[in-house]
Design a protein around this ligand. Structure first.
Ligand SMILES: [Zn+2]
Length: 94
């Protein structure tokens, strides 16, 4: 397995753990207009890490040819696991 794929799987695993922890600790039910006041650290952690994860996935690209490495096209079938070298030009990805 490529290093890039391991890193992505690791980040996804962290997101899943945070989501589980949030579900376990979340005490809110129904809509509360002040939900953000008692959303709890686990909510913001999940939110913040989720944004980081999306940002990470969207910004994976080749330095040489600038091709995206994960979200290659709009359809899920066009998404791919990142490899250690670019799928398009073979340049090493860091
Ligand atoms: Zn490339």
């Amino acid at each position: 397995m490529s290093k890039q794929k391991k890193k992505l799987l690791f980040l996804i695993a962290i997101q899943i753990v945070i989501t589980i922890v949030h579900n376990l600790l979340d005490t809110q039910s129904g809509f509360d207009p002040n939900w953000y006041k008692d959303a709890g650290w686990h909510y913001w952690l999940g939110m913040g890490f989720g944004i980081y994860l999306v940002f990470y996935i969207l910004t994976r690209s080749c330095k040489k040819c600038k091709k995206p490495q994960i979200i290659v096209g709009p359809a899920i079938s066009q998404w791919r696991w990142p490899e250690d070298s670019c799928w398009h030009c073979g340049e090493k990805i860091n």
